[in-house]
Design a protein around this ligand. Structure first.
Ligand SMILES: *[C@@H]1O[C@H](CO)[C@@H](O)[C@H](O)[C@H]1NC(C)=O
Length: 131
């Protein structure tokens, strides 16, 4: 299992790119470190719906951040875009799923982890699932 880089080191790795505005970075870090599972979405995004339904189906109640309803949505979107790039994931920016404070990935990564059986252990480790 490829271990997800935690946010700070992932950001630090992005030496060529522009740093995210500090306030937005802090906001995202606060959100993902304070909640076992966080899903960044845009309302009306089909794959966001799919990933939420998958998590609900597993018994997880993720924290959902809708970027189009968030004042900092545009800047968070830019930050997530960079995270995907750092991980070389050619996936849509949303949904972006964080588990246990770490960036797991987008729809393809979450589905792949679900299929290969690593998603549930990850969710348990993060305290998002008890059984
Ligand atoms: C499961 O899939 C994820 C996402 O593609 C991958 O990073 C991980 O290495 C895989 N783990 C196993 C045990 O196959």
């Amino acid at each position: 299992m490829q271990v997800a880089k935690d946010m700070p080191s992932a950001i630090r790795m992005n030496e060529g790119g522009e740093p995210a505005p500090q306030a937005v970075y802090e906001k995202v870090r606060f959100l993902v470190s304070g909640n076992a599972v966080v899903v960044f979405t845009i309302s009306g995004c089909c794959m966001c719906h799919v990933v939420k339904q998958l998590l609900f189906g597993l018994g997880v109640g993720p924290t959902i951040v809708e970027l189009d309803r968030d004042a900092a949505g545009g800047e968070i979107h830019a930050l997530l875009f960079r995270l995907h790039g750092i991980r070389r994931q050619r996936q849509p920016v949303v949904p972006a799923v964080f588990v246990g404070g770490k960036f797991l990935g987008g729809i393809e990564t979450v589905m792949a982890c679900h299929i290969n059986g690593t998603l549930v252990p990850l969710l348990k480790d993060a305290g998002a699932l008890w059984l």
